[in-house]
Ligand binder design. Structure first.
Ligand code: SAM
Ligand code: SF4
Length: 340
């Protein structure tokens, strides 16, 4: 009998600041079909080889092990998860794991129309679709590729497939959000889509991030209130949620703000990440990684070794991302390699 089968509930994964980690983000691939300037380089990208990324079986084993220690929420991300073939098969494998209560995916939506129904049938619970603008010219300026029409088709297909609460994620950047946020917010309100603005973080591959490019959630909120309508705050859906949520006073529409720069939420963090090549990260901004792939690929390794590695990584987690501290160092990897 394996380690996991013999113990249905192991000690939870807790760091030295008493934060319990029940949330795992899984990098499915580092590849993508567009090139958002705040994430990926435009060209000369050295992608991981297929043999270097975790197989579905390796991901599933890893999730089974951490689920035995209380991980119950998963998010599939990347890179663009939908460029990896057979993704519904992975969702089905993950949904069958004891203890997994919620599987979500973040996608740019471009390939969603083709896959939404299969993903839903396989057991995907929730979808976040990234969309920063509803203007095709601005879309192409950001993504450095075309694709807005496909994203719209993806949103419709997701709804037809039965995804109930579809959330739009928009990265807010100075010089873009001032003109794009209002039409986007109206579009979401009119189409019953929840909207979340995310502050731009120093994780762009081209390393152009600087503080003046960060337009705060507060600024966008005030803009929306002056142009569309007053907002009132609503309680978080769950205690560790990074977003501060609001709804319009007329009851039509909900939106939220993820403000890692202006209002860091690290003290409530319950997340860990595994990258596409099987490195465990205890923080988006971690400069250290733990090599799980070599444990997963060692035929003699036990589930206990996997869990020990996870506990070691989480024990080393820092109190916060430290972006504002003088000795802050960006991680070497950028967002598409980490799994945002
Ligand atoms: N390709 C998928 C997508 O775009 O939804 C999933 C991966 S993407 C890295 C995950 C999320 O990170 C997206 O919502 C994206 O907008 C966001 N993101 C990427 N780079 C970012 C940055 N530098 N700062 C803040 N958010 C970023
Ligand atoms: Fe691709 Fe998502 Fe990064 Fe945009 S944010 S380049 S869609 S991985």
């Amino acid at each position: 009998m394996s380690f996991v089968e013999s113990e249905s509930r192991l000690d939870p994964i807790i760091d030295s600041f008493e934060r319990t980690h029940n949330n795992l983000r899984i990098g499915i691939t580092d590849r993508c079909n567009i090139r958002c300037f705040y994430c990926m380089p435009n060209e000369n990208i050295k992608f991981l080889q297929h043999k270097d990324i975790l197989t579905f079986e390796e991901i599933t084993r890893f999730v089974r092990v951490v689920a035995s220690a209380g991980v119950n929420r998963l998010r599939l991300t990347g890179g663009e998860p939908l460029v990896r073939s057979q993704l519904p098969t992975l969702v089905e494998m993950l949904a069958a794991i004891d203890g997994i209560e919620d599987i979500a995916m973040t996608t740019n939506g471009i390939l969603l129309a083709k896959h939404a129904q299969d993903l839903r049938n396989a057991g995907l619970d929730r979808l976040n679709i990234s969309l920063d603008t509803i203007n095709p010219i601005t879309f192409e300026r950001i993504a450095r590729r075309k694709g807005l029409e496909q994203v719209f088709e993806g949103i419709s297909a997701a709804r037809d497939a039965g995804f109930a609460r579809i959330r739009i994620n928009a990265v807010a950047i100075t010089g873009i959000a001032e003109t794009e946020a209002i039409p986007l917010a109206r579009f979401c309100r009119d189409n019953d889509l929840e909207l979340r603005f995310i502050e731009f973080m120093p994780l762009d591959a081209e390393k152009n991030w600087d503080k003046p490019q960060v337009i705060t959630g507060d600024t966008i909120r005030k803009l929306i209130e002056s142009e569309i309508g007053k907002l009132e705050s609503v309680p978080p859906l769950y205690p560790s949620q990074p977003a501060t949520d609001f709804r319009y006073l007329d009851g039509k529409g909900r939106l939220g703000f993820i403000d890692p720069i202006s209002q860091p939420f690290c003290s409530n963090c319950n997340r860990m990440r595994i990258t596409a090549e099987g490195k465990l990260r205890n923080c988006l901004f971690s400069t250290v990684e733990w090599d799980l792939r070599s444990i997963l690929r060692n035929p003699d390794s036990t589930d206990a070794e996997i869990l020990n590695c996870v506990r070691e990584s989480i024990a080393a987690k820092k109190a916060g991302h430290g972006i504002d501290s003088e000795d802050f160092q960006r991680p070497r990897k950028s967002m598409h390699q980490i799994g945002g």
